[in-house]
Design a protein around this ligand. Sequence first.
Ligand code: C5P
Length: 398
Amino acid sequence: MLRDKRIVLCITGGIAVYKAVELLRLLTKAGAEVHVIMTRSAQEFVAPLTFQTLSMNPVHSELFNLIAEQEIGHISLADRADLFIIAPATANVIGKIACGIADDMLTTTVMATKAPVLIAPAMNVNMYTNPIYRENQDKLLRLNYMFVPPEKGTLACGWEGEGKLATPEAIFEMAVSALTPKDLIGQTIMVTAGPTREEIDPVRFISNYSSGKMGYALARSAQRRGSRVILVSGPVSIAAPSGVELVQVESAQEMHAQVMARAAACSIVIKAAAVADYRPEERKEGKIKKQSDEMILRLVKNPDILADLGSLEHRPFLAGFAAETGGLKSNAAKKLKEKNLDMIVANDVSQADAGFNVDTNRAWLFFRDGRSVECPLMPKEELASLILDHIVAEFSAR
Ligand code: C5P
């Protein structure tokens, strides 16, 4: 996701320095090349060796270190970066940056960069609410510096309130978003995700192994690109990306109603949900009692949401999914045509490392004009971004 991205992670002195270790891990895991700069006081909390080992790059701290400057000087760090992250950022360093003070390696490099700068403040609540701090933050916001707001909670100093460093995951999310081209601004995208549940009685249902991971990754990816995202989700155990409009449903009929009601407001619909094709003909009011040795459950067909979207007069751009256990290409091509889709993502769910309930997936993308693209095994987050690259290309060519 962050492959080929060069990030400078600036760490200043606060108890939250230990959280920067986790942030660094998230960044490198996503493929970023990370260079760490630490202030002298940051090194009092966690030794540079930790950051050096995890980033696999030397940690910078002294402006006048001739050897380090010769290898990769502060100006070349500033020039080559795609993004600067300051986490945790103390009131002191934010004040210095706001006032143009450049008196150490960190502030000098930040001053010298043209890359976007993301600041994650962490400080005592009284410092955070101090009007001097506020003025500094407002000035930097006006100058397009980005901030990840701190959380409320018990602070290291014992006070309660705002000032706790945002979670590494929240900072990571803002960083990815800052590095993602905003090519879906102005669009409303609806993503469906997860399984549906078809009730048999008050305690039993028919469902499938869908975890919602692929759909949620698509929703997150669309959100990062600047679109409004409506996520219509069946019951899953993962959290919705912050900022998306979550519509929770249980059954295929409920999903059908919620999707159709919103279709006209959407320019793109991505149907990643594993919708049950059939539901019990009748839902019993009371729990079915164990009686004879056999029980026959009569099923009736659910509405095909995607096909109904495809037959709308003014239909949005439609991307469907095909989960197959055989005949992948022919089945996908047939569905694309029959349901009147713009593209279909086909994956073989019989493989252990792809499809339902795992973090990775491999897929084939099929388009209306007969073209197809193979996507090899990769994390669902990465596949989501790749699918959206294709959707953006197809959508803008329409
Ligand atoms: O026909 P099949 O169920 O294999 O097609 C899968 C695609 O159709 C998926 O995108 C799925 O979300 C969608 N679908 C639907 N309504 C159904 C069944 C599937 O929208 N009842």
